[in-house]
Ligand binder design. Structure first.
Ligand code: ZN
Length: 203
C-alpha cells in the first residue's frame, strides 16, 4: 500500500509557511514504514530537528482505479479517519531551499500517525467536517473541510492520473493552520465532528 499526501490544501496553512496558494494539488508520498497506529507513542527522532504536527483528514481507498473521473471519485473511498502528518520542519525547509525532494522530512518512521477510521456514511456532510487537534487539553489546530482548496474527489481524480489507486491506500488530505513543534510528554488528541478518533503521546 502507499500513503499519498496533499500539501498546502488549506489556504491559511499555505500562508502561515509563506507558501503560494497552489493552483494544482501539491502531492508527496510516505513509505508504509511511516505508519504509527493503535495509539502507540511517537518517539521523537531528535536528530531531525523540530518535528511539527499536521492534523489531517485521512481517506481509505476501497477499490482499485486509475484515471478516475471526479464525478465517480466518491466511490473510491469508504472510510475516513484522522492522522498526523509529522514533518521535520527544519529539514524540510533546508531541502525546499535547495529545490530537493521532501521525503526525508516527511517519510521517517512514525511520521504517518493513524487514528480510528469510521464509515463515511456515518459522518453526514463530508464537505463540512470539523477537525480539531488538542495538545495537553488545549486547542492547537482547528479546521473544516469546507475550506479545502481541493476536495476529496478532486484529489482522487488528480492523483489517479499519475498513480493507480489500490484498495488499502491512504490519502492524507492536508492540514489547516496552527502547525508547531511537539515535545516529549505532549498528549495529542484529534477530534472529527467532536468524536475523538486519535489519541497518543509523544516521548
Ligand atoms: Zn501535511
Amino acid at each position: 500500500m502507499k500513503i499519498i499526501c496533499v500539501g498546502r490544501n488549506y489556504a491559511d496553512h499555505a500562508r502561515e509557511l509563506n507558501n503560494e496558494v497552489p493552483t494544482e494539488p501539491v502531492i508527496f508520498l510516505k513509505p508504509d514504514s511511516a505508519i504509527l497506529k493503535d495509539g502507540k507513542a511517537f518517539y521523537l527522532p531528535e536528530h531531525l530537528g523540530e518535528i511539527h504536527h499536521e492534523l489531517e483528514v485521512v481517506l481509505r481507498v476501497c477499490k482499485n482505479g486509475k484515471h478516475i473521473h471526479e464525478k465517480f471519485a466518491s466511490a473510491y473511498y469508504d472510510q475516513i479517519g484522522l492522522g498526523i502528518d509529522f514533518t521535520a520542519r527544519d529539514l524540510q525547509s533546508k531541502l525546499k531551499s535547495k529545490g530537493l525532494p521532501w521525503e526525508l522530512a516527511k517519510g521517517f518512521d512514525g511520521s504517518a500517525v493513524l487514528g480510528n477510521f469510521v464509515a463515511k456514511e456515518t459522518l453526514g456532510e463530508l464537505q463540512e467536517l470539523e477537525l480539531r487537534l488538542e495538545i495537553n487539553g488545549s486547542e492547537r489546530q482547528q479546521g473544516n473541510t469546507r475550506d479545502l482548496l481541493f476536495s476529496f474527489e478532486k484529489i482522487i481524480a488528480f492523483v489517479s492520473q499519475y498513480f493507480t489507486l489500490r484498495q488499502g491506500d491512504l490519502i492524507f488530505t492536508g492540514t489547516p493552520a496552527g502547525v508547531s513543534a511537539v515535545k516529549p510528554g505532549d498528549h495529542l488528541q484529534g477530534y472529527l465532528n467532536e468524536t475523538c478518533l486519535l489519541d497518543f503521546e509523544v516521548k
